[in-house]
Write a protein that binds this ligand. Structure first.
Ligand SMILES: NC(=O)C1=CN([C@@H]2O[C@H](COP(=O)(O)OP(=O)(O)OC[C@H]3O[C@@H](n4cnc5c(N)ncnc54)[C@H](OP(=O)(O)O)[C@@H]3O)[C@@H](O)[C@H]2O)C=CC1
Ligand SMILES: Nc1nc(=O)c2c([nH]1)NC[C@@H]1CN(c3ccc(C(=O)N[C@@H](CCC(=O)O)C(=O)O)cc3)C=[N+]21
Length: 294
């Protein structure tokens, strides 16, 4: 069994990006600038956005954190997005999800300039992805592809079962694994809460990508021998004995599933850090495109 070490690979990717940024500086060019908009003060969202800012510093990017109160109206958020769209200094930005109930997420995602949409959530970019055109690939699926690639995991002809159909993870993942090329060329089954016989479907999978957010959902009896297991889930479980008052767990019963799997991602230290690295990679790409447009 091999652990797909997202922490290690994400650090390698960040080093590669840092080298590119250093070259930009030497040439006297502007370095990439990423902005993140967060509405409200949800703890997990703040942690994620915080590690994004730290990672920007680590690779030499500039970063801006826009923090808006949880009472922000849709129009106020749209105004902010328009400002970021027009700001020549900003190469890319993300709007942290989920948004409060008074805000229509679809309208917000449509308002982001596709050329600055480093999350790859705008329909134009999502469409390009589905059509194999060059674009920003959503960071979490992109990070999973990168992990499979760097560990040389065969995907061709394999049966990949994706659990969860969210617009940010499961759905794009199912498209990417079925694309031509590598990592891809896989036969994909996309499952969700209405899937019948899900246990039986999962037991046929060569590659399982679990993105539901239910701790201990995936148990050893459910996966076949030598399966590749990717755990996207992140759940905070309250625990007074921990310094932070909680611990983090994925969807997979790691202790037992790892005994059967050929490759497996841990939580923490698997897909999460890769997501951040790929967001930085998309921002570097946005900077390069931005520059060559002028
Ligand atoms: N590591 C990382 O970088 C990231 C981690 N995450 C984590 O991944 C998890 C999923 O998040 P996200 O993709 O946003 O998904 P959502 O929470 O938006 O959706 C969950 C999906 O799982 C499906 N589902 C829920 N329960 C079951 C079940 N019992 N059986 C089968 N399917 C089920 C839902 O089905 P239905 O559509 O029918 O409701 C839905 O499609 C969360 O823990 C989140 O924190 C998310 C993004 C990045
Ligand atoms: N517009 C938008 N884009 C996103 O990409 C996006 C989002 N909204 N909303 C929420 C989800 C979640 N997500 C994570 C990213 C990194 C970790 C991560 O680094 N996790 C660490 C642990 C972090 C911790 O200690 O909490 C790990 O797995 O090792 C987790 C979750 C991105 N998301």
């Amino acid at each position: 069994m091999t652990i797909l070490d997202g922490k290690k690979v994400s650090n390698q990717i960040k080093e590669e990006i840092a080298v590119e940024v250093a070259k930009m500086r030497e040439r006297g060019e502007k370095v990439p600038h990423l902005a993140a908009v967060i509405v409200g003060n949800d703890g997990a969202s703040l942690t994620y956005v915080g590690s994004k800012v730290k990672s920007c510093e680590k690779v030499g990017f500039e970063s801006t954190l826009v923090q808006l109160p949880s009472t922000t109206s849709e129009q106020e958020l749209l105004n902010k997005i328009e400002e970021l769209n027009k700001d020549e200094n900003i190469d890319g930005f993300i709007v942290q999800l989920p948004l409060p109930d008074q805000i229509d997420t679809q309208r917000v995602l449509l308002a982001v300039d596709p050329d600055k949409d480093v999350d790859g959530f705008h329909p134009t970019n999502f469409g390009k992805m589905a059509l194999d055109m060059s674009t920003f690939i959503p960071a979490t699926p992109f990070g999973i592809l990168e992990l499979l690639e760097r560990y040389n995991v065969e995907t061709k002809g394999k049966h990949t079962v994706v659990i969860g159909r969210s617009h940010i993870v499961g759905r794009p993942m199912s498209i990417l694994m079925g694309r031509k090329g590598w990592p891809g060329n896989s036969t994909v089954t996309l499952t969700h809460s209405h899937t019948k016989n899900i246990t039986q479907i999962i037991s046929q999978a060569d590659i399982v990508i679990s993105a539901l957010g239910v701790p201990n959902f995936l148990k050893a009896e459910m996966v076949k021998d030598d399966a590749v297991v990717i755990d996207v889930g992140i759940t905070r479980v309250p625990d007074d004995t921990k310094a932070k008052g909680y611990y983090i767990t994925g969807d997979v019963d790691f202790e037992n599933v790892s005994k059967k799997a050929s490759f497996i991602t841990p939580v923490p230290g698997g897909v999460g850090p890769m997501t951040i690295a790929m967001l930085l990679k998309n921002t570097l790409l946005a900077r390069e495109r931005h520059r060559s447009k002028k």
